[in-house]
Design a protein around this ligand. Structure first.
Ligand code: PEP
Length: 258
């Protein structure tokens, strides 16, 4: 199957890097992906480093993303950051519904939906994460879980807005464990997600929307993951903290789609 979908590889630095470390890493990523074409590349540093990393990336093709956003625009929400604030810091992507936020910080399906809508309203690109836990996986509930999460997360948006969403399929049991999903298994679930999108928004949107895989992606497994027809790139955690590794994952995506 050939696809015209442009792959997108995003690095989620999570709660790693001080401000000086983030600028050094960003500069190294910029260098590592220089000359690689055909892939949308994004780095998502901690919020305090968005402004300095934006300056480091200025003039490059590397996009800047935030790891989360609150859905309200302003007000008494101590500790939270709005989409407008993130945009003013230079972010053009925002992760929504990462499993660590869902598990540890109380993000519900409803909150993820409100965040996705707020991100779209701010004209930024949501990277909406979905994925089942190990218990759900073992109980054979993967399709049911991702179907629920995709339907809930995309509730209240139109087909045109859906085109601007990137979905990241991230099985929770694969994140940070060194135990990725098999390429075939990841592809099957990404196909399920695409079918849900088709049901919600029609075949053309489903064909165009980008679905990343995330969970222990490394240079060693990226090529086989990206060979799968429904996988349009990756959301990368641990491997994105080493510029050479992240660059190799980006190159793998370029090789498949180039
Ligand atoms: C993530 O947290 O989004 C992730 C995929 O992490 P890792 O690549 O480390 O599994």
């Amino acid at each position: 199957m050939t696809t015209t979908r442009r792959p997108i590889v995003a690095g989620n630095w999570k709660m790693n890097t001080t401000v000086p470390e983030a600028t050094v890493l960003a500069a190294a990523v910029r260098k590592a992906v220089d000359g690689v074409h055909g892939v949308e590349v994004v780095v998502c540093p901690p919020a305090v480093s968005l402004v300095p990393v934006h300056a480091v990336l200025d003039g490059s093709d590397v996009g800047l993303g935030a790891q989360d956003a609150y859905f309200e625009a302003t007000g008494a929400h101590t500790g939270e950051v709005s989409v407008e604030m993130l945009a003013s810091a230079g972010a053009t992507y925002v992760i929504a519904g990462h499993s660590e936020r869902r598990a540890r910080f109380g993000d519900t399906d409803d909150w993820v939906s409100r965040k996705v809508r707020a991100i779209l309203s701010g004209r930024l690109v949501p990277i909406m994460c979905v994925g089942e836990t190990l218990d759900e996986h073992d109980a054979g509930q993967t399709d049911a879980v991702v179907t629920r999460q995709v339907r809930a997360g995309m509730a209240g948006i139109g087909a045109h807005e859906a085109l601007g969403v990137v979905v990241a399929y991230e099985p929770v049991w694969a994140i940070g464990t060194g135990r990725p999903a098999t390429p075939e298994g990841a592809n099957e679930t990404c196909g399920t997600i695409r079918a849900v999108v088709a049901d919600l928004f029609g075949a053309a949107v489903a064909e165009a929307i980008r679905i990343q895989y995330g969970g222990s992606v490394t240079p060693a497994n990226a090529t086989s993951l990206f060979a799968q027809p429904h996988i349009d790139g990756a959301l990368v955690g641990g491997a994105s903290l080493v510029a050479a590794n992240f660059g190799a994952v980006v190159s793998a995506a370029a090789a498949r789609h180039g």
